[in-house]
Ligand binder design. Structure first.
Ligand code: NAD
Length: 430
């Protein structure tokens, strides 16, 4: 079976690359970025496309296509997730790799940006097949990833189990005395396989923290504020969990299967239990009613958290959005033109490269522990995460004020300036 891509999906992916380039060029123009450095940052350093065969449960062999794009490594090893989704292709990987460079730079981490994945619909495969696909993909990538070269992590439809398979496969290709030196080839691993306490919730907790910092700044009390979440996976669930603990009310959720609504509130824990028992779908949950997905973003609410795919908030739905704040848990959820509409309407947007950076910061903590043979406690991890996120948030707010720009442009300016400084100090080889 080969995965076909509809023109709608193709548009969505091309849109992401176009969006990230516009965001970059907008910030680069404002700071009058050195033209030579602009040329370097506009392109990706390395792009790998691998085709590999995997035996299916029925004995047939299927050929898969995997991608890994490494955008820039001036600040350190490449870092970024692996996504299993029919929309994964070279342009999607390029766009997402570029966002990773800006995200790691903004967070002050010693990393560059990368992204990749496999073009497939994981619901069509058994766990055994997914394991063989993952292991064979890892083998095909070979030493183009590595603990000091390029460190993948979970993204859409990949999780801690996927990372454990990658780690085990990668380590198995090394000599016995090299094996344990490679524990940090991936982050987001299960605790038993060298993962870190708190990495599971790091992205969603970070999304929550940025909302909390925003509320502190605007003197908004989060108690009883209504919020809606698109995507009830790792990021969406954990963001909702922490917001609910703060007293906010989850009123609607949308996932790949449909949308549900309850204006009195949806219990995040009950919904999680239901989704886990219902093959990942929210549909049929007894604590809410099904609603038309086309009306999701126009629901009455205070906060909207897109935590699924790119290009979800568009010129079509932006004029109808009622939320006062959009917190971008997903990468690239807001189209550039939609953002212009929202900013004109006074809607605040916490940009993805800030809002969901808790994930890569949590990954950095896992990488450091593996590298140093340390094991940190959960409270220690969350405390360090909060400190780093508060620092980044403060920097973005300050830059937005001083340059009189929106938060995304401010975040991009900080990220680009750090890279510019690095290139100016080091020069260009040879
Ligand atoms: P996940 O696979 O755990 O969950 C994805 C969720 O999105 C699922 O509920 C799925 O049903 C839903 N979804 C898929 N297609 C959809 C559609 N067309 N409409 C509505 N919902 C849809 O993935 P995740 O790890 O939570 O990642 C979500 C987003 O957050 C992605 O954009 C990812 O790049 C970003 N992100 C993830 C991390 C991380 O640590 N996992 C870090 C930073 C950013």
């Amino acid at each position: 079976m080969t995965t076909t891509i509809t023109s709608e999906k193709k548009q969505l992916k091309q849109g992401m690359l176009d969006n990230v380039m516009r965001q970059f060029n907008n910030a680069a123009d404002i700071i009058q970025l050195n033209n030579n450095i602009r040329k370097i940052l506009e392109v990706t350093n390395n792009e790998f496309i691998v085709h590999f065969p995997v035996r299916m449960d029925n004995g047939e062999v299927e050929i898969f296509t995997g991608y890994r794009v490494q955008h820039n490594n001036a600040l350190g090893p490449y870092k970024g997730g692996l996504r299993y989704h029919p929309t994964v292709d070279i342009d999607a990987a390029r766009a997402l790799a570029m966002w990773m460079t800006w995200k790691t730079s903004l967070a002050g981490l010693p990393y560059g940006g990368a992204k990749g994945g496999i073009q497939l619909d994981p619901t069509k495969y058994s766990q055994d097949e997914l394991q063989r696909i993952t292991r064979r993909f890892t083998y095909a990538l070979g030493d183009n990833i590595g603990p000091e070269l390029d460190i993948p992590a979970p993204d859409v439809n990949t999780n801690a189990q996927t990372m454990a398979w990658i780690l085990d496969t990668y380590m198995s290709t090394k000599s016995p005395n090299e094996r344990s030196k490679n524990l940090h080839v991936v982050t987001g691993k299960p605790i038993g396989a060298g993962g870190s306490e708190g990495r599971d919730r790091a992205t969603g907790y970070g999304v929550f923290l940025t909302i909390k910092f925003w509320a502190e700044n605007k003197k908004v009390d989060l108690k009883n504020k209504k919020f809606i979440v698109q995507g009830f996976g790792n990021v969406g669930y954990w963001a909702a969990h922490f917001l609910e603990k703060e007293g906010a009310i989850l009123t609607a959720v949308q996932d790949a299967y449909g949308s549900i609504y309850n204006e009195d509130g949806i219990s995040t824990e009950r919904l999680l239990e239901y989704v886990q028992a219902n093959k990942g779908s929210i549909l049929g949950f007894s604590g809410a009613n099904t609603m038309d997905s086309a009306d999701f973003f126009s629901l009455d609410c205070d906060i909207c958290i897109p935590a699924a795919l790119g290009n979800q908030i568009t010129v079509e739905n932006a004029p109808k959005i009622k939320a006062r704040l959009i917190a971008e848990g997903a990468n690239g959820p807001t189209d550039v033109k939609a953002e212009e509409i929202l900013l004109k309407r006074g809607v605040d947007i916490i940009p993805d490269i800030l809002c969901n950076s808790g994930g890569v910061i949590g990954s950095y903590f896992e990488w450091l522990q593996n590298r140093n043979g340390e094991i940190w406690q959960l409270d220690e991890v969350l405390e360090k995460l909060e400190k780093k996120m508060r620092e980044s948030f403060g920097k973005v707010v300050h830059k937005a004020k001083s340059k009189k720009v929106d938060m995304r442009t401010a975040a991009f300016i900080i990220a680009i300036e750090r890279l510019e400084e690095t290139y100016v100090q080091r020069g260009i080889f040879p």
